[in-house]
Design a protein around this ligand. Structure first.
Ligand SMILES: Cc1ncc(COP(=O)(O)O)c(C=O)c1O
Ligand SMILES: [Zn+2]
Length: 385
């Protein structure tokens, strides 16, 4: 199995960029997308070459960017269970709710997919040091995959992030900088310090989205190569929305699904809801949110770099962006824990509260099949109990 990657392309201005050198984002200000020789992948798919014996996201390695298998730094990320809700869905007034449990990834969140793909690819391109501004989970993932590849990691995290996030990064040997403020401030501090590192800021390099894309592949494969009616994404920087949407496009092009698409819903907290604000105002790009406080730390992203792509995916899918009250996070998380026996992260609790609103307002019908992302385990969130 080898990657069918051919080049990088800007989805905004269509400029092409090489995959042979380290890349960031397009000169026009848009994130870049990896493109593949999909005709070749169609043949592989026909011959059932997504090897089911590989129980990780690397079963889709033709559609991932790493060319040399020896550069793949895998800890077993992806191929997480799609769990049929026993009680929560019924409680919300739904016939069929499925939870994609990303808490079962190597470092307990969906960030492992993106950072495994990105670090592996940048190692292939010669990187030896990485830096990232992070709300928490991406920092732990970066630290783990950098350690596994023998590279150095520099982490920039808001100082009010719960201690377990810091201690895990340190366990993996990362250099950790505590920054006053939010993830934007952490990014500014990283830029101010500078260094001989490859920066892994959300959607400012092309490969984290490629790893996240495998969520979309897995959801379809686990449903027998079909799409659900709706996908609920707790959204901060938007890599899941963008990656899953890109996955459907590629699956259609290689003939594994048709033109049907699920409604994509981005859910945020009212404490920091720049995407919802832009969606409701009918804007094409996202305006920066001033301040921004929420216990769902991964959703505390005041100015998502890929705002335009997120809004496009939501609108083309027929979905929406919705916000929920901050006070609902802790109660929803406890309620879901009691109903499903799952330690959901606060971000997923935001997703569930948003789903409840969508069902109550009739935007999602009783008999629609919904997939909700539990984007990570709740175990490190000592800020919400
Ligand atoms: C648990 C969790 N859920 C959701 C998100 C938001 O993800 P994205 O940036 O892909 O929108 C994050 C990001 O930090 C997170 O850690
Ligand atoms: Zn461009």
């Amino acid at each position: 199995m080898i990657s069918h990657i051919t080049h990088l392309e800007c989805p905004q201005c269509r400029r092409k960029h090489s995959v042979e050198a380290s890349a960031t984002f397009c000169v026009c200000g848009s994130p870049l997308f990896a493109r593949y020789d999909l005709a070749r992948t169609t043949e592989a798919a026909k011959n059932e070459e997504f090897p089911s014996e590989i129980n990780s996201m690397w079963r889709y390695s033709q559609l991932l960017p790493v060319k040399s298998p020896s550069c793949i730094v895998s800890l077993g990320e992806g191929w997480t269970p799609l769990i049929t809700s026993r009680r929560l869905g019924t409680h919300l007034g739904m016939k069929l709710l499925r939870i994609k449990d990303e808490g079962q990834n190597p470092t307990s969140s969906f960030k492992d997919r993106g950072l495994c793909a990105a670090i592996s690819k940048h190692i292939e391109l010669g990187a030896t040091e990485f830096a990232i501004p992070s709300a928490g989970n991406a920092a732990v993932s970066t630290s783990a995959y950098a350690a596994a590849s023998g590279a150095k990691a520099h982490i920039f995290m808001p100082s009010d992030t719960p201690e377990p996030f810091f201690s895990e990064c340190e366990l993996f040997g990362a250099e950790v900088v505590r920054v006053e403020g939010n993830i934007s401030d952490a990014g500014a501090e990283m830029a101010a310090r500078g260094g001989q590192w490859t920066a892994l800021s959300t959607t400012k390099e092309p490969y984290r989205v490629e790893g996240k894309k495998t969520l979309g592949f897995e959801i379809c494969e686990q449903l027998g190569w079909r799409v659900p009616d709706a996908v609920i994404c707790p959204t901060g920087g938007g890599t899941a929305v963008i990656g899953i949407w890109k996955a459907f496009e590629e699956l259609e092009q290689i003939g594994l699904i048709g033109r049907e698409r699920p409604k994509m819903y981005a859910v945020q907290s009212e404490g920091c809801a720049p995407i919802v604000q832009a969606y409701e105002k009918g804007l094409e790009t996202v305006e920066a949110w001033h301040g921004g406080e929420t216990d769902a730390l991964g959703l505390r992203v005041p100015s998502p770099f890929a705002g335009r792509l997120i809004l496009q995916a939501l609108r083309h899918s027929g979905g929406a962006a919705v916000a929920v009250a901050e006070q609902e996070i802790a109660t929803t998380r406890r309620m879901a824990g009691r109903m499903e026996g799952m330690d959901l992260c606060p971000e997923a609790a935001v997703g569930i509260a948003g789903l409840r609103n969508l069902v109550e307002s009739g935007q999602i019908d009783y008999d629609e099949e919904v997939v909700l992302l539990n984007t990570g385990s709740g175990s490190r969130y000592t800020n919400v109990r």
